[in-house]
Design a protein around this ligand. Structure first.
Ligand code: NAD
Length: 355
């Protein structure tokens, strides 16, 4: 075992079914009396529930959250925050809504309560990725980390099978990279293995029966663990590729993770033998890269960048950008091999493990 540093995040987590009802008490706990509520347009009905629940502490609402946290959207939301003189943020939704809350917290240091409705895991990290002019850059600050996260399984029951599949694999990706992170530690590695195993077991059940509450509960627990991994240790090639592709071609976030993960893992396999063994054990398969692509296939999730809207002509540009300022990676980043990886992912070929 290598030497390590472990630091746990100063955050309160409420987990269960029907826990949305605890929102008024949680607002009192952190002294919020004028909350701005954030959501996406599709989740407007949840905003109405919250309005009824928190009464006069509902100061205002912004339902314009979108993928990749564009700075123009954050600036519009900031106008609402100022107008209503908010003293706290309630973000209800997937990673896009959480990202908007974090971008506002970065600018204002307002306290946040996040109610996640997908498996993206952003609520567990002090990181926000913001997009400006087609380039997504990440920033980290203690101001960004939400004070309270309320996991309510009921909020995830409406997630369609397709989103559950890709969002769940997005979560698995966080745990996979945590297992070979330069700053990995035994506690996070345990959480990563548990998170991967739990999601790999439950996602097929959810896709077969989206109303399976026991499976939904386990999946949310697994997604929480994977989010903790992302917040605790560094990211590597997989996340760099997804940030690059998402920013360049405005690709859907969770789908991009789903397509890239088997290929990034295959690339890194020679530099991360211990992580490969742990992922194989968690998945119950001999080859984790192939196993993850098989899982995506079983969940009827996308397998190629082509089918999620990336132009073939963008492969070289993406490879050039992905090797610029790379994140630390267990295997050296080689331009030619990265180009080949993206080309394989574009076509939806099987992942190719280097020897
Ligand atoms: P999302 O938040 O954009 O949600 C996708 C769509 O699904 C939206 O229309 C949303 O309204 C809908 N949706 C969400 N939950 C639902 C539910 N329970 N029922 C029905 N519909 C639902 O997508 P996402 O994949 O959750 O998040 C992606 C974003 O999160 C990206 O911008 C990504 O960069 C960011 N992210 C950031 C971090 C971080 O640590 N900074 C980590 C993970 C993801």
């Amino acid at each position: 075992m290598q030497d390590f540093v472990y630091q746990s995040a100063p955050m309160r987590v409420v987990f269960g079914a029907g826990t949305l009802r605890q929102l008024p008490d949680e607002l009192s706990r952190i002294g919020v009396s004028r909350a701005v509520v954030l959501a996406t347009p599709r989740q407007n009905d949840l905003v109405a529930d919250i309005r009824e629940m928190i009464g006069e502490r509902f100061a205002g609402v912004f339902t314009g959250a979108v993928m990749h946290t564009p700075v123009e959207v954050t600036e519009r939301a900031m106008e609402t925050v100022r107008e209503v003189q908010a003293d706290g943020i309630v973000a209800i939704g997937g990673g896009s809504t959480t990202g908007l809350g974090k971008a506002i917290a970065l600018r204002t240091d307002l306290p946040q309560i996040v109610l996640p409705t997908s498996y993206a895991g952003s609520e567990m990290t002090p990181v926000v990725g913001q997009t400006s002019g087609g380039i997504k850059t990440t920033q980290s600050s203690p101001k960004i980390l939400p004070e309270i996260v309320i996991y309510d399984v009921d909020l995830t029951m409406t997630m369609p099978a397709k989103l559950s599949a890709t969002s769940g694999i997005n979560a698995i990706a966080h745990a996979v990279e945590a297992l070979y992170a330069r700053d990995r530690n035994p506690i996070i590695s345990l959480m990563a293995q548990e998170g991967i195993g739990t999601l790999a077991r439950t996602l097929p059940k959810i896709c077969a029966e989206p109303g399976d509450k026991a499976a939904r509960t386990d999946a949310l627990y697994g997604a929480w663990f994977c989010g903790v991994c992302l917040g605790a240790v560094g990211m590597a090639l997989h996340h760099k590729l997804c940030h690059t592709l998402g920013g360049l071609f405005n690709l859907p976030h969770a789908e991009t993770h789903t397509v890239i993960l088997p290929h990034a893992l295959a690339y890194n396999a020679p530099g991360a033998p211990e992580a490969m063994t742990r992922i194989a054990t968690a998945l119950g398969v001999p080859d984790p890269a192939l196993g993850l692509q098989d899982l995506a296939r079983k969940l009827v999730a996308p397998l190629s960048l082509r089918e999620i809207g990336m132009p073939e002509s963008g492969i070289d540009q993406a490879a050039d950008l992905a090797v610029t300022n790379p994140y630390w990676n267990p295997r050296p980043i080689e331009r030619e091999a990265i180009g080949a990886l993206i080309a394989r992912a574009w076509r939806g070929d099987p992942p190719q493990t280097a020897s």
